[in-house]
Design a protein around this ligand. Structure first.
Ligand code: KIV
Length: 272
């Protein structure tokens, strides 16, 4: 069963902009594989982000920095094969776009060509504007990402709330406007004060999708494995857990082990 509100057969960059105009909130979740992407797409999720959080969630790295362009394409193509309705956005990984707009364009073209995804996302404001503009020349839609930008973790040193001080808040607002002017179709705001996020969502006409940015923005995104309770050691205030799959899977596997050890599994009906 799908609980999608909008009756879009396929969600496009135009659809999410229409949703903002109509006051309908945009739902977005991450996915990195075929099976989970199929489930969340059929549930009616609007946007699927193949996030570089795959570096943490799927590969067990401490940061998002190590994941490569080819690894992102592997995850993205698995997701694209599963999806019928959602808009699929793929993170440009660290090192694939910063500082050189030609590299940014080539990385984006490679993602679109080899995965079949619909858009790319990159982190940063004024520093990445040239890259945003160049990617857009190839007709590739770009989603921005401001606030906590995990690819810059070694510059900031912590994952705490960003833009609490006036100067950083002013830069964030200015960056958001510049990304809109450059042609981004939407913007993610991560872990910033709710009041600031509201101000940004009102100041620009493209959809603002928040994570730890309060409820008064145009949509919400969470990491799927976090909201399903698979990553049980991560407890940020913004995270609402809808399931406790860590416990459920752990329990199921313990039951399986018990059944195998006791020769209860397989029984006569479970054999040929
Ligand atoms: O990589 C990711 O999962 C993200 C979201 C947290 C927005 O960028």
């Amino acid at each position: 069963m799908s609980v999608a509100k909008s009756d879009f057969k396929k969600v496009t960059t135009n659809s999410v902009q229409e949703m903002k105009q109509n006051g309908e909130k945009i739902s977005m979740l991450t996915a990195y594989d075929f099976t989970l992407a199929k489930i969340i797409d059929s549930a009616g999720i609007d946007v699927i982000l193949v996030g570089d959080s795959a570096s943490n969630v799927m590969a067990g790295h401490e940061t998002t920095l190590p994941i490569t362009l080819d690894q992102m394409i592997y995850h993205a193509s698995s997701v694209v094969r599963a999806v019928e309705r959602a808009l699929v956005v793929v993170d440009l990984p660290f090192g694939s776009y910063q500082g050189n707009s030609k590299t940014a364009l080539n990385s984006s073209i490679k993602i679109m060509k080899e995965s079949g995804a619909h858009a790319v996302k990159l982190e940063g404001g004024v520093e990445v504007l040239t890259s945003v503009r160049r990617i857009l020349t190839a007709g590739i839609p770009v989603m921005g990402h401001l606030g906590l930008t995990p690819q810059s973790i070694y510059k900031f040193g912590t994952y705490t709330v960003r833009a609490k001080e006036e100067e950083e808040a002013e830069k964030l607002i200015s960056d958001a406007k510049k990304l809109e002017e450059a042609g981004c179709f939407a913007l993610v705001l991560e872990k910033i004060p709710a009041k600031l996020a509201t101000k940004v969502a009102k100041a620009i006409s493209i959809p603002v999708i928040g994570i730890g940015a309060g409820g008064d923005v145009d949509g919400q995104v969470l990491v799927l494995h976090d909201m399903l309770g698979m990553t049980h050691e991560f407890h940020p205030r913004f995270l609402r857990r809808y399931l406790n799959l860590y416990e459920d899977i752990n329990g199921a596997v313990q039951n399986y082990i018990t059944d195998v050890k006791s020769s209860d599994f397989p029984n006569e009906k479970e054999q040929y």
